[in-house]
Ligand binder design. Structure first.
Ligand SMILES: [Ca+2]
Ligand SMILES: [Ca+2]
Ligand SMILES: [Ca+2]
Ligand SMILES: [Ca+2]
Length: 537
């Protein structure tokens, strides 16, 4: 069984706001040339001539809302102006000829999209996305927490929402979306009205990136803070906020928490981030300049692996005897071969089923000669480059390729380490079933019961498509039908059949999407399917 050292991340407490250097100069004037007015309907200049409104303003509020619903909006007022007015050098200003209105695209009612499961937008601008739309519990979709007319404009970007509930789901909060915010001096269009730094007088100190290139799991990305902050820095500090497993580990792995990624040089101008899991990571750079001001940039680092990826993590990791955090247990991720419904596990631990990719036959060690009983599913091997930097990368280097499927590592008793199975090149239409097995503790059967609440995340083409076991829809409680607190070693004990994932693969071989069907107890339409001592498919 493999082990790896869990690296603790120092989490830094940071300020959250950048400098507000504007608006400078008295008497900023409105732009009379455009059809639009103030982006947010505030700060009208008394010196301006209020005759620029050629349209019929039926609602008496700001102009520029021609295509918008006239009801109340959660995004009404960011307090901005679209014209900087006169700025004192070296500051410069910007005007916005036709700012997108703060309630652009807002309508009277929420739109659930053609399929009825939501369209990822807050159409009625009440601060909730797809409220009232039906969805399948566990499904994950992109979402934007802002007026639909500002979707993907400027700094505004999508987050994700998760369908919660039992049989009839509802969308949970839209998390990770960058919503419109008050304009500030950073070369970005923060209020997403179509113009960067408009209404302010800004110098060139801060230039935040609107986006950064995607990277693959187990790659290292180094950021050069000096390319974003051009002033003289007194201190640098960087933080990273990870995906569902890192969020779980934040509260269950002790202090400081263990995270799946490592961030080195967090107090330097050039930190390096090494991730092990797919997902969206929010990166925050905070600089205190010698001018005493605090400067902040924030962006999302997309970590996207090809194909299909299953990721398992659980709340109580580690050994049966550790004091802090409290004792953990040993869970395992199993993925079943498509097109068959053979039993999980196999004849014995020494003769595992080649239809079941798991700790016993699917990590790098299993593919060293003679490589018996490995899951040979007629999928092409991947180039060594995609796995050589993983935890067992040196073994893969000996093997000389990356197998599909493959399990990155087997976590038996390490604190805060997920298990991740990769299938880089599934065939279009193949369906893969995931199972979580409660093996026990310390590599053996359970010696004491630890109630676990595992999470399984499903990524297709680099995007999180489904997540199971997250609060408020965790496994358990114990005692109960979905209790998960005891393992009995190889092929025995509690097993959770999670979901069937069917992939969509394009002609070029790229996984573009998938459909995910959660598995419920037989004869029911809701709930998690946990069995004991049964290894049937
Ligand atoms: Ca709404
Ligand atoms: Ca909607
Ligand atoms: Ca703007
Ligand atoms: Ca800005």
């Amino acid at each position: 069984m493999s082990r790896r050292t869990a690296l603790a991340l120092m989490v830094l407490a940071l300020g959250s706001c950048g400098p507000d250097q504007g608006p400078g100069g008295p008497g900023g004037r409105r732009d009379l040339s455009g059809i639009g007015g103030d982006a947010a309907g505030a700060g009208d200049d008394l010196m301006s001539i209020a005759t620029d409104d050629m349209s019929v303003d039926t609602d008496g509020d700001v102009d520029g809302d021609v295509a918008s619903f006239d009801g109340p909006s959660a995004y009404d007022d960011l307090g901005g102006k679209s014209d900087s007015g006169a700025c004192l050098p070296p500051n410069t200003g910007a005007t916005c000829a036709a700012p997108i209105a703060s309630n652009a695209g807002c309508t009277a009612t929420e739109n659930c999209g053609p399929g009825g499961a939501g369209n990822g937008l807050d159409d009625n601008c009440d601060g909730r996305v797809d409220e009232g739309c039906a969805c399948t519990p566990g499904a994950v979709e992109p979402c934007f927490l802002g007026p639909p007319g500002k979707h993907l404009i400027g700094a505004c970007s999508d987050g994700t929402q998760t369908c919660q509930g039992a049989e009839f789901g509802t969308w949970g909060d839209c998390k990770g979306s960058i919503a419109p915010s008050a304009e500030r001096c950073d070369k970005l269009d923060n209020d997403c009205n179509g113009c960067a730094d408009d209404g302010l007088c800004c110098d060139a100190t801060l230039a935040c990136p609107a986006s950064v290139p995607d990277v693959q799991p187990y790659s290292t990305v180094t950021y050069n803070g000096a390319s974003y902050f051009k002033g003289n820095a007194m201190t640098w500090s960087w933080t990273v906020d990870g995906g569902p497993c890192d969020q779980l580990f934040k509260t269950t792995t002790g202090t400081p928490p263990t995270q799946s990624y490592t961030l080195t040089g967090a107090n330097t101008a050039m930190p390096s981030l090494k991730t092990t899991l797919s997902g969206d990571y929010t990166v925050t750079m905070t600089v205190v300049g010698t001018d005493g001001k605090t400067y902040t940039c924030k962006w999302v680092q997309h970590v996207t692996g090809p194909g299909l990826r299953f990721e398992l993590c659980w709340d109580h990791t580690g050994t049966s005897t550790q004091a802090q955090p409290p004792p953990g247990a040993d869970l395992d991720l199993h993925i079943h071969r498509p097109g068959t419904t053979t039993a999980w596990f196999g004849t014995s631990a020494a003769l595992p089923s080649a239809d079941d990719c798991n700790y016993d036959n699917c990590t790098a060690n299993a593919f060293l000669p003679p490589a018996a009983n490995v899951p040979a599913w007629s999928l092409a091997n991947s180039n060594l480059s995609v796995c050589k930097d993983t935890t067992l990368g040196s073994t893969w280097t000996t093997v000389t390729y990356c197998h599909n499927p493959r399990l990155d590592l087997d976590n038996v008793s390490q604190i805060g380490v997920p298990e991740n199975t990769n299938i880089d090149d599934p065939a279009n239409g193949q369906t893969f079933r995931a199972l979580v097995h409660y093996y026990g503790q310390d590599g053996s059967s359970s010696t004491n019961n630890v109630e676990e609440h595992p999470i399984v995340n499903v990524y297709c083409g680099g995007h999180l498509k489904a997540t199971y076991g997250q609060a408020p829809n965790t496994l358990g409680p114990c005692p109960g039908a979905a209790c998960f607190n005891h393992g009995s070693g190889w092929n025995a004990g509690q097993m959770w059949r999670v979901a069937d994932v069917t992939v969509a693969v394009d002609a070029a071989g790229n996984t573009t999407d998938c459909t995910v069907a959660p598995i419920h107890p037989p004869g029911t339409a809701a709930g998690y399917y946990v069995t004991t001592n049964s290894s049937v498919y």
